[in-house]
Design a protein around this ligand. Structure first.
Ligand SMILES: C[S@@+](CC[C@H](N)C(=O)[O-])C[C@H]1O[C@@H](n2cnc3c(N)ncnc32)[C@H](O)[C@@H]1O
Ligand SMILES: Nc1nc2[nH]cc(C(=O)O)c2c(=O)[nH]1
Ligand code: SF4
Ligand SMILES: [Mg+2]
Length: 211
């Protein structure tokens, strides 16, 4: 298996249940719900994406022909800090287009706690420690269990109530970041207060100015 990776960088997990934890982010290139080209945004299934996942030209990005090369690059990005805290977040783009058992096994052997951020349209391979699913209107949800379901809110045609029967430990609403983000934040706060099964999720890395 070879892998196309947009970027690999060390930061803090900014969202969800592992928030604040030092993490290597491995951002795979490519997504099945948008080409990533601005010209295609309005005809994409997912139209609100906040991320550049096109190409392999970011910091630490590249084409990795073997799983052990990518696992080594992730280990190198973690560097010589406390190995007992090793934590990697696979995101994208859509990471489940590329993340496979071989890469997961190599990182487990290196002692990494492995998280994934996925749109849920593909079933996750075994061995991931933290699955965060973020469903998108107009797509079919196949990964229907995990540690957290993190719904970007609001999305036309998606009612949070439709997800609460699924097998997730926590349900979070993440206000959609666009030109109306303040309105979306207010709406998400109100929804959580009326439906306390839902917890508010903020993108704290944007608030504190880290990648
Ligand atoms: C860029 S996506 C990559 C992972 C995967 N493709 C997915 O959608 O879950 C990472 C996270 O950012 C969220 N996200 C993307 N665009 C956003 C926006 N404009 N506002 C809030 N969250 C957003 C996604 O829903 C997902 O939880
Ligand atoms: N700091 C930080 N935390 C994040 N959590 C999820 C992210 C993502 O793009 O998947 C993200 C990101 O891009 N940066
Ligand atoms: S599914 Fe994820 S990566 Fe793909 S366009 Fe939507 S938010 Fe961006
Ligand atoms: Mg992001």
């Amino acid at each position: 298996m070879s892998y196309a990776v947009k970027e690999i960088f060390l930061t803090l997990q900014g969202e969800g249940g592992q928030i604040g934890r030092t993490a290597v982010f491995c951002r795979f290139a490519g997504c099945n719900l948008w080409s990533g080209q601005e010209a295609d945004r309005t005809k994409a299934i997912c139209q609100f994406c906040d991320t550049d996942f096109v190409g392999v030209d970011g910091i630490g990005g590249g084409r990795f022909t073997e799983a052990d090369q990518l696992a080594d690059a992730i280990e190198q990005c973690w560097g010589d800090i406390d190995p007992s805290c090793r934590f990697v977040v696979f995101t994208g783009g859509e990471p489940l287009l590329q993340l496979d058992g071989e890469l997961i096994d190599l990182l487990k052997k290196k002692g990494f706690f492995i998280a994934v951020e996925t749109n849920g349209t593909l079933v996750a391979p075994q061995g991931i420690d933290w699955i965060c699913v973020s469903p998108k209107a107009g797509s079919t949800l196949l990964q229907r269990s995990g540690k957290e379901l993190k719904l970007v809110y609001p999305q036309d045609g998606l009612d949070p109530q439709d997800f609460v029967g699924l097998d997730f430990a926590v349900f979070r609403l993440q206000p959609k970041d666009d030109k109306n983000k303040h309105e979306h934040l207010q709406k998400a706060i109100e929804y959580c207060q009326k439906n306390p099964k839902w917890h508010l999720s903020l993108q704290t890395h944007k608030l504190i100015g880290i990648p």
